[in-house]
Design a protein around this ligand. Structure first.
Ligand code: HEC
Ligand code: HEC
Length: 149
């Protein structure tokens, strides 16, 4: 009796093993799970030079606004230089209106005449990001509140 039970259990297990091996696992990147990753397709950022596009509507309160213009040439932020500031610390540059940094990005050191950039905001692109036309990997049902600002 015991032996029959053992045999039928073993048979059941091997059937289960075959069945699971026959299942193909489909990965989101649409290749075999064991295949080597392909390098992602290189896409250009959208937008042209600053000053020629509309602002992108924010989708929730306190969202860091998205960058609507191209960033090539001034996205290299290092210890000394920050090209974003060349424009965004001002209200206007060469007759062109610029969205200016507000109080949230500034501190007023003691004895200073005017507020300066808070160094915790120095790396602009850790919060503000340029855009590419990338399709979502999975369905996204997030509904933003377009009125938020
Ligand atoms: C040559 C001037 C210039 C430079 C340099 C520049 N910007 Fe801009 N930026 C603008 C202008 C002008 C706009 C308004 C939109 C437009 O016309 O493109 C803008 C829009 C934005 C906005 C949208 C603001 C909002 O309220 O929606 C963000 C965020 C931004 N820039 C971030 C950056 C960052 C980060 C950098 C550095 C990587 C940068 N910008 C470099 C001029 C500039
Ligand atoms: C820690 C995240 C963070 C960093 C770093 C940061 N920002 Fe922002 N920024 C925000 C958020 C969030 C807002 C939305 C308004 C707010 O809450 O201050 C904003 C708003 C703005 C605006 C729109 C004007 C306003 O205040 O509504 C501009 C322009 C801007 N940032 C430019 C910059 C630039 C240029 C830098 C780099 C010098 C920078 N930001 C660094 C988070 C950040």
């Amino acid at each position: 009796m015991k032996t029959t039970l053992k045999i039928s259990l073993a048979a059941l297990l091997s059937v289960a093993a075959c069945w699971s091996a026959a299942q193909t696992v489909s990965a989101m990147r649409s290749t075999e799970v064991s295949a080597v990753d392909k390098a992602p397709e290189i896409q250009n950022y959208q937008g042209s030079r600053p000053g020629s596009q509309a602002l992108i509507q924010r989708t929730f309160k306190e969202q860091p606004p998205l960058i609507p213009h191209r960033v090539e040439g001034f996205d290299d932020i290092n210890n000394e230089d920050n090209a974003c500031l060349d424009c965004h610390i001002h209200k206007e540059v060469r007759g062109q209106k610029v969205p200016q940094l507000k109080e949230s990005h500034l501190v007023k050191p003691v004895n200073a005449d005017a507020p300066v950039l808070d160094k915790s905001r120095w790396q602009c692109n850790s919060c503000h990001v340029p855009q590419i036309d990338a399709k979502p990997l999975v369905e996204n049902v997030f509904k933003g509140n377009a009125a938020a600002k």
